[in-house]
Design a protein around this ligand. Sequence first.
Ligand code: 1GP
Length: 235
Amino acid sequence: MTKSLYNSFSEALDLKKKLLAILIDPEKFELKNTASFLRNLPLETTHLFVGGSTVPEGITEDLVKALKNCTAKPILLFPGDVSQITNDADGLLFLSLLSGRNPEYLIGQHVKAISKLRGSSLEIIPTGYILIDGENESAVASVTQTKPLPQTAVQPIVDTAKAGELMGAKLMYLEAGSGAKVPVSSEIISAVKQELNIPLIVGGGIKTKEQIKNAYSAGATMIVMGTAFENNFPI
Ligand code: 1GP
């Protein structure tokens, strides 16, 4: 790959291009469906994310290898923990759960990841990760033992995102949680967008064309969709 993965984000931000990532949770995916799953994805799909909150060891690598056999789209790891890191992917969102106060997900997992990342060819992208209440108990909240920020806490969300950017995050991910009843509001996306100079990723509970349009118009550079494609039926 000649262009770096991060370039595709910064270029999209500069040129106001829309990125769409489809998230595949290895725990909920059958490898035999790989080719048909990829065929059914929307043409607008630019990236594949692979990860989940509770993924058994080893199956992430099998999934990434199967995807690589069928597609040239960039594959970014979106790992729930260090066991999901595999060199077979193209890149890694090095996530820091900024909305929580659990040191394990702010720095602990990151230190544990280093022995795997030393000498790795993965493109590592520092990413601030902010969990926002999607009106559904999310797997992220239960696994990390952290609480989401309420959707009404617009200023604390903006301040958290800005702090993450100043600490060196290259991407900011606003997450309502997989299967959220309510996606991150346009008000939050546009308030964060006004203060940050890095690309915004928005995911959790996005299912309809209207929700996609709203998130992009509010300032998302990338939208992530997972649940809507889990049963192999496109929107
Ligand atoms: C979850 O943001 C992603 O981490 C995608 O959420 O599964 O609700 O699309 P959905």
